[in-house]
Design a protein around this ligand. Structure first.
Ligand code: ZN
Length: 191
């Protein structure tokens, strides 16, 4: 498994619509393995393939990683008890077939929008149809954080980022900040 580079906004690849996977073969499983390793290396609970530059409808998640885990260093995270607490989830061609009227508000972040957070309202529950790691059809009724995370990741497959739900002004401010961060990073590398 390989850690892949996570693309960050502004990057027009993140706005591409991902394509359906025809066959959950070894290549797709390899991609899922790499994505999971990339996710565990980063401070996140979900990752869509487009975030590593692959326009395929593939998502990996592990909402079992608490915020505490995320702040700890890698040595700690790799301890046995932490490995056992990992609960990876794989979704291929996920489709939301039902959403609740009730809303749930959560302060979302995104690995493609480093250090940016905003309170986003989404349906509190949703029902999802998808293929699992082995290509078998599955269904899942999700609630709360799990439902938020699935909806956030499925948005990525449509080229949508959580900042698209904010006012134009707030969204532009965030993009401006991120453009500056990227520029600063480049300057650092050059120096
Ligand atoms: Zn995201």
């Amino acid at each position: 498994m390989t850690i892949r580079k996570i693309l960050t906004e502004p990057n027009k690849i993140l706005r591409e619509k991902s394509l359906r996977v025809e066959n959950v073969n070894k290549d797709i499983q390899q991609l899922m393995g790499d994505m999971l390793e990339t996710l565990y290396d980063a401070p996140g609970i979900g990752l869509a393939a487009i975030q590593v530059g692959v326009a395929k409808r593939v998502i990996v998640m592990d909402i079992n990683r608490s915020r505490n885990d995320i702040g700890r260093d890698k040595e700690d995270i790799n301890k046995k008890e932490d490995r056992e607490s990992k609960k990876p989830m794989y979704f291929v061609n996920p489709e939301i077939i039902w959403k609740s009227e009730d809303k749930f508000s959560y302060e979302e972040g995104c690995l493609s929008l480093p250090n940016q957070f905003a309170e986003i309202d989404r349906p509190k529950q949703c029902h999802v149809k998808y293929l699992d790691y082995n290509g078998h059809p599955q269904e899942l009724r999700a609630d709360g954080l799990l439902a938020t995370c699935i909806q956030h990741e499925i948005d990525h497959l449509e080229g949508i980022l959580f900042i698209d739900y904010l006012s134009k002004l707030k969204k532009e401010m965030i993009i401006k900040k991120l453009s500056k961060q990227t520029k600063d990073n480049i300057e650092r590398i050059v120096v």
